[in-house]
Design a protein around this ligand. Structure first.
Ligand SMILES: Cc1ncc(COP(=O)(O)O)c(C=O)c1O
Length: 383
């Protein structure tokens, strides 16, 4: 079978394909079918924080798959209970959790919980924000290119300038159920929130009985140097959405929340696969690895090193290098597509964030030697 031909024949058409057949991953490396190694600074769009094929996650999945893969949340389960206990211990004040299977589903649930808890309809989100592609999450997403073809979307959503306290203050009225923000905007161009902005958002929401929802789907679980990116600001949101690397690469999302989320009753929301023991076992292993290997600490040290190296690239093409931990954007003065291709030709996989920013989201276990190879390739490509 010709793999590329077969996929091209049957693919939905929704993805831009690269003519490379990846068959294996280990740490921050991917290998194609000819055994050519690539350094993966995309990590499946920020999923592989622990690296590919982490042995502890692999062992947990293998073991659990022989015990019990699926179980609706009506029945109790050892792995689910252990994961609930573990994940809620990570954010003091948020003691409850809803499990689902992806980022957009976590956002969808958070939006429903905000409406249910407050009895209000409106949601404030940020310009440049990205929250997913189902109708609710898409309504919270800013960029028209994802939305226009699918209108009408959910009513009640509006967008304010990110990192601007005044416009947020003016937008949050007593009609607002929730404010949803990324603590570091990912797809929108890698823009970290000012701690003062998130602190003001917390104060404004508390004053007006509005739920503050933080979307940690891309920035969370160690990537920015703290377990959650909002922890750089010292606040506690009402709701936290997590997904991507939560189960070490298996699909899983989670919504963490505390006392301010009310009125959740049996049957009002749910998920067939949510909280299945296989994903729970994988997530339990992944969270243990994040702690045992101090992945947030690794993101701090390696992020600082990578950022310094990138800032020392003296290229007239670079407008700005910004980010937090190992979530880094290199904004160019022109479109990045040809530079991403040139990097790929040098066996470095990176992402864009918008048209003009190269985004690096490597596994947090990337080695210094691999970082040096990434910087050397960027140095070449940007000259
Ligand atoms: C901040 C943020 N929220 C939500 C999502 C949607 O996640 P998923 O693709 O798992 O639905 C993404 C995906 O890139 C994201 O980066």
């Amino acid at each position: 079978m010709d793999i590329i031909e077969t996929e091209n024949k049957h693919t939905s058409g929704l993805y831009t394909k690269q003519p490379i057949i990846m068959v294996r991953g280990q740490g921050a490396s991917l290998w194609d079918e000819d055994g050519v190694e690539y350094i993966d600074c995309a990590a499946g769009h920020g999923v592989a924080n622990l690296g590919h094929a982490h042995p502890k996650v692999a062992a947990a999945i293998a073991e659990q798959s022989t015990q019990l893969v699926t179980l609706f949340e009506t029945f109790y389960n050892d792995k689910r209970a252990a994961l609930m206990d573990k994940i809620t211990s990570l954010v003091p004040g948020l003691e409850r959790v809803f499990f689902c299977n992806s980022g957009t589903e976590a956002v969808e649930a958070a939006l429903k919980f905000a409406r249910l808890s407050t009895g209000r309809k409106n949601v404030i989100a940020a310009m440049r924000g990205f929250h997913g592609r189902t109708m609710g999450a898409l309504s919270a997403t800013f960029n028209k290119k994802y939305k226009e073809a699918f209108e009408p979307l959910v009513p009640g959503f509006s967008h304010v300038a990110y990192n601007n306290i005044e416009t947020l203050d003016a937008a949050v009225t007593d009609q607002v159920a929730g404010v949803i923000l990324e603590a570091v905007q990912g797809e929108g161009g890698v823009y970290p929130a000012d701690p003062a902005y998130l602190q003001a958002a917390r104060r404004i929401c508390t004053e007006r009985g509005v739920l503050l929802i933080l979307d940690e789907i891309q920035a969370g679980l160690g990537r920015t140097g703290r377990l959650f990116a909002f922890q750089h600001s010292g606040i506690t949101p009402d709701i936290v959405c997590v997904a991507k690397s939560l189960a070490g690469g298996l699909p899983m999302g989670a919504v963490l929340f505390g006392e301010s989320v009310k009125n959740l009753a049996p049957g009002l929301h749910g998920s067939t696969f949510g909280g299945n023991p296989l994903a729970c076992a994988a997530a339990l292993a992944a969270l243990t690895v994040i702690e045992d290997e101090d992945l947030p600490g690794q993101a701090v040290a390696k992020g600082a090193y990578l950022m310094e190296e990138l800032r020392s690239i003296d290229s007239p093409l670079i407008r700005e290098v910004r980010g937090l931990g190992l979530m880094i954007g290199i904004e160019l003065k022109q479109k990045v597509a040809p530079y991403l291709q040139a990097l790929q030709d040098r066996h470095i996989i990176a992402l864009n964030a918008g048209l003009t920013t190269i985004r690096l989201l490597p596994p947090l276990v990337i080695t210094h030697e691999q970082i040096d190879r990434v910087v050397a390739a960027l140095n070449e490509v940007l000259h």
